[in-house]
Design a protein around this ligand. Structure first.
Ligand SMILES: [Zn+2]
Length: 75
């Protein structure tokens, strides 16, 4: 199980959720099963959708924004 937390010092601005428009976005951190590191993803607190896993907060944020852009283009 990963732990959830709100991040207050993101250097990447997150787009609102493209499915429900919520700005209640949560960064989820999960430890690698083999203890070699961790990964991050952005999840929506409004509808529960989530973006792809990234290597760190910034990576996960960029993937989330990219997914939002794609969802708008291809609903
Ligand atoms: Zn949502």
């Amino acid at each position: 199980m990963g732990s959830m937390m709100m991040s207050s010092d993101l250097s990447v601005v997150l787009n609102p959720c493209s499915f429900c428009g919520s700005m209640e976005l949560l960064l989820t951190n999960e430890s690698d099963h083999y203890g070699r590191g961790s990964r991050e993803m952005v999840a929506c607190g409004g509808c529960g959708t989530h973006g792809p896993w990234g290597q760190d907060e910034q990576d996960a944020s960029m993937l989330w924004n990219k997914r939002c852009a794609q969802a708008v283009l291809f609903p």
